[in-house]
Design a binder for this molecule. Structure first.
Ligand SMILES: Cc1cc2nc3c(=O)[nH]c(=O)nc-3n(C[C@H](O)[C@H](O)[C@H](O)COP(=O)(O)OP(=O)(O)OC[C@H]3O[C@@H](n4cnc5c(N)ncnc54)[C@H](O)[C@@H]3O)c2cc1C
Length: 504
């Protein structure tokens, strides 16, 4: 997709220069949405209930962006992007520190550049760039939350946020409260963009007000997460050669059955940051530190165990969060669209498919929106539904791949909460489906390597941004469906013959 351009056309019914978009959420998705909309000529007001993001803050989690996600930064010409731009270090692999094994990522191909970066650092860079490029048309309002939206009148209600979760944010919020007299403000919009993450308020409003708008969480992880950042330099290397690794070069993973897990990377400032999950308790620094030290004796630096204990028990770290796969029946309402995690969050499953699909898909949704705005010439009565339809297939395929990956490991699957027995059962079926695809694909690729790809080779194609998620799913289905048809056909013929024999 080329970068959208503002078109000057005679007699256009919809002129972006006269339109206002209200974007809810200034995470990576909302910040990028502001760029695309401003580039088309919209006036953009962005509201975020949290403080202005900064690298390594309490809302920072490590994001892996594949080349699929990075494309938006290229077409917006955010070349100076230090975190995922041309000068950033591509991710070379994931270290299983406990087993001392590296799962490498082939970063030699032009299509395989994946980046691990800090969510808040990335969002803050993109926000700053939007403010510098579009000073007259883009405004960011922090510590301000959306509380309601009237679809009929196209009015959103925003007010100083009660949810500011760091002391500095609380001070900023308090300042905002005094200046705004604690009154809710009404903001008129022509397009409402819900980029407000997994616990989206816009989605909640859509669910309450739009007939047939359905939301499910088919699967949720049992383990809670918290971000940790700026861990001190340890006295001893946790891994041979660690002190020579460059920022953003690797992800380091400590995990094991029944143990808390820690996933870190070295951020741009050279400090390890990341997420910790599955701790038994989050309220006692010494207990956290002991749990980590006991879980990974000899391979988890004690300085980090102590720092993580301090960080996760600090009130400014907020409540632990729980990742989930979230599915919406549609991504729109009247003059309203849902993008990013608000529309289609995933769990952050590890493995070749899981790595980076969530944030990269979040970024992709903004590009789809930009494409539809251009294609529909900003006809905002049509854009939301068209966007939702265009996005639907890709999201379904992306989430199915993520689901397959998440439930592949029996130990991990045992720690998932399925919404119903139906989803638990479908996890078994999808694993059977995957096994079939792998077996048939493996056999075919061994016999005719130039014509057929094995299942892992098919999945690797996801790193090629020209290949859609639905194409990958179709290819896997193409391998498994004939076998399923033969098995079902065999069962049918067997039953038929048995029935005939009984009748005879
Ligand atoms: C607990 C957790 C752990 C994760 N770990 C990983 C990981 O390890 N690797 C990975 O690649 N991805 C991970 N992700 C996913 C990743 O954070 C997102 O995919 C990415 O940040 C893009 O999301 P987004 O911009 O759509 O939403 P978010 O980054 O969630 O941003 C949403 C924004 O909306 C704001 N907001 C919410 N409600 C309102 C409201 N009512 N009014 C105004 N503003 C509002 C929030 O303050 C927030 O800034 C994780 C997500 C979560 C929740």
């Amino acid at each position: 997709m080329d970068a959208p351009e503002v078109e000057e056309e005679e007699g256009r019914r919809w002129d972006p220069k006269t339109l206002t978009a209200v974007v809810v959420g200034a995470g990576p998705t909302g910040a990028l949405a502001a760029h695309y909309l401003a580039m088309r000529g919209y006036r953009v007001e962005v509201y975020d209930k949290g403080p202005r993001p900064s690298p390594g803050d309490a809302a920072s989690v490590p994001l892996v962006l594949t080349s699929r996600g990075a494309i938006a930064f290229e077409e917006l010409r955010l070349e100076g992007q230090r975190r995922i731009g041309p000068t950033a270090t591509p991710l070379r692999g994931v270290w299983d520190v406990v087993g001392r094994r590296l799962r490498p990522i082939d970063s030699t191909s032009a299509y395989r550049r994946a980046f691990v970066t800090d969510r808040s650092g990335l969002a803050s860079d993109v926000i700053r760039a939007a403010e510098e490029r579009y000073p007259d048309s883009v405004r960011f309002h922090f510590n301000t939350e959306l509380t309601r939206a009237e679809f009929k009148n196209r009015v959103a209600g925003v007010r100083p946020s009660a949810a500011a979760d760091s002391p500095s944010a609380a001070t900023e919020a308090a300042a905002a409260v005094t200046t705004s007299d604690e009154q809710e403000q009404e903001v008129s919009y022509d397009l409402l963009v819900g980029a407000d993450g997994l616990e989206s308020t816009v989605r909640r409003i859509l669910k309450a007000k739009v007939k047939d708008f359905g939301v499910i969480r088919p699967v949720e992880e049992e383990a809670d997460f918290k971000a940790v950042s700026r861990l001190p330099r340890p006295a001893a290397e946790p891994l041979t050669g660690f002190f020579t690794h460059r920022p953003q070069e690797y992800v380091y993973d400590w995990s094991g059955p029944g143990k808390p897990s820690v996933r870190l990377f070295i951020d741009l400032d050279g400090a390890p940051s990341g997420v910790v999950s599955g701790l038994r308790r989050w309220d006692d620094a010494a207990a956290v530190s002991e749990e980590l030290a006991a879980a990974y004796p000899g391979c988890f630096p004690p300085e980090w165990a102590a720092a993580i204990g301090e960080q996760v028990t600090s009130p400014s770290s907020g409540a632990p969060r729980r990742p989930a796969i979230l599915q919406c029946s549609q991504f729109y309402g009247p003059r309203c669209v849902l993008v990013g995690d608000a529309a289609h969050a995933v769990t952050g499953a590890s493995g070749p498919v899981g790595l980076g699909q969530g944030p990269s898909a979040a970024v992709e949704s903004i590009r789809t929106l930009a494409l539809v705005l251009r294609g529909a010439q900003d006809d905002l009565d049509k854009v939301p539904e068209v966007y939702s339809n265009v996005r639907g297939d890709a999201v379904m395929a992306m989430q199915m791949l993520e689901f397959i990956e998440l439930t592949r490991d029996p130990q991990r699957a045992a720690r998932l909460k399925f919404a119903s027995w139906w989803y638990a059962w479908s996890a078994q079926v999808t694993q059977g489906f995957r096994w079939l695809s792998e077996a048939v694909g493996g056999l075919l690729s061994a016999i005719l390597p130039k014509t057929f790809l094995s299942a892992p080779q098919v999945l690797q194609r996801l790193e090629d941004r020209r290949i859609g998620y639905s194409e990958v799913i179709k290819m896997l289905q193409g391998y498994a469906s004939p076998v399923v048809a033969v098995v079902l056909g065999g069962i049918f013929v067997g039953l038929f013959m048995a029935f005939n024999r009984v009748l005879a």
